[in-house]
Design a protein around this ligand. Sequence first.
Ligand code: ATP
Ligand code: MG
Ligand code: MG
Length: 361
Amino acid sequence: MKLLILGNGQLGQMLAQSCIQLGHEVLLVNTRSNQVVPAAAHVALPMSIAEAMEWADVVSWEHEQLDPEHVQLAADKLLTDAEKIRPLTHRQLEKAMCDSLGIATAPWNSYDSQSSFLEAMTEWQQAVVIKASFGGYDGKSQWRWHPGDDVQALVSQAGQQPGIIEAMIPFSCEVSIVGARARDGRIICYPLVENVHRQGILSHTFAGFQTFPAHLQQTAEAAFRKITEHLGYVGTLAIEFFVVGAGEQAELLVNEIAPRVHNSGHWTLTGCNASQFDLHIRALTNMPFPELSMTPTLMLNAIGCEQVPPTLWQHPHSQVYWYGKEPRVGRKVGHVNFRDISEQQAHTLVSDWTEALQLLS
Ligand code: ATP
Ligand code: MG
Ligand code: MG
């Protein structure tokens, strides 16, 4: 089939590689310059976006912030209704959607102006996280507040745009489920993986498989099914959760939902026979999903650095993915996957990595 991917960042490029591996043709749209480009090259093709849409059998995206003009041109080649996923680009609507589906999240309320921010804040006697409704990622456009902190000091920033206030969750850890739903409704999910964030940015993911009680996997898969069926979603989707409590008492609270391939699924490039990118393409083209076979894998994000620390590059179980981006503080420029890794080895690699990055920066 012929696939057109909106976006040619690292996610678009990795989707394109799966298209090629699975025998499909693929073109990408550079959504910054609004030009059609081939995979693995940044030269523009002499083809308009409208012509590329015409060429394609299926149109998909690397990121859910879609240009309304692209949505209109793509029409029914976009296999998920863009209007349906709009709540997932707006935190108030995303939370409201979870509430209406009976999916547990952190307690929250919303505000739309500086005055309603002040009013909404009067309801809180516990620590909260304030998040702008639109556009935040890697912990940007978020503010923390603790009882006793000056609310006025936050108004000028947080109150500038609509947003939500949610309880700060004393989570035991953070996890995500990544899975895919095909055109004919078939669903497949990877096991839950653990995500560690530093300064609001995903630092690493450990796919260790044995780590979580079985009921959490069931709850996560049930949420995945409910959400994707509600959205009529086709492709790979990720749900981030907070784990509250431990053992049999542990519960999941949804943090956010990403209707696309996701950083916490990058381990699958090395640790599974079908990556999250493969599953996305298989879902869109209605190919069968393979039986998944996995090996414990650690994914470390390279954040703001010029290069991978050499000791890690040379590790016999490592695979490096580099995005060709200008390094900037807090920017994800690549990741390294380590397969067949025990929990103990993962701890050691994470601390070696953290130390090496400090030396490099
Ligand atoms: P992403 O890059 O994953 O899209 P984001 O900027 O959209 O991130 P969130 O996922 O909402 O932001 O928050 C980033 C991180 O901040 C979370 O993974 C978690 O570590 C922390 N965090 C966010 N909300 C809460 C909360 N209510 N309680 C405790 N920690 C939180
Ligand atoms: Mg987010
Ligand atoms: Mg997040």
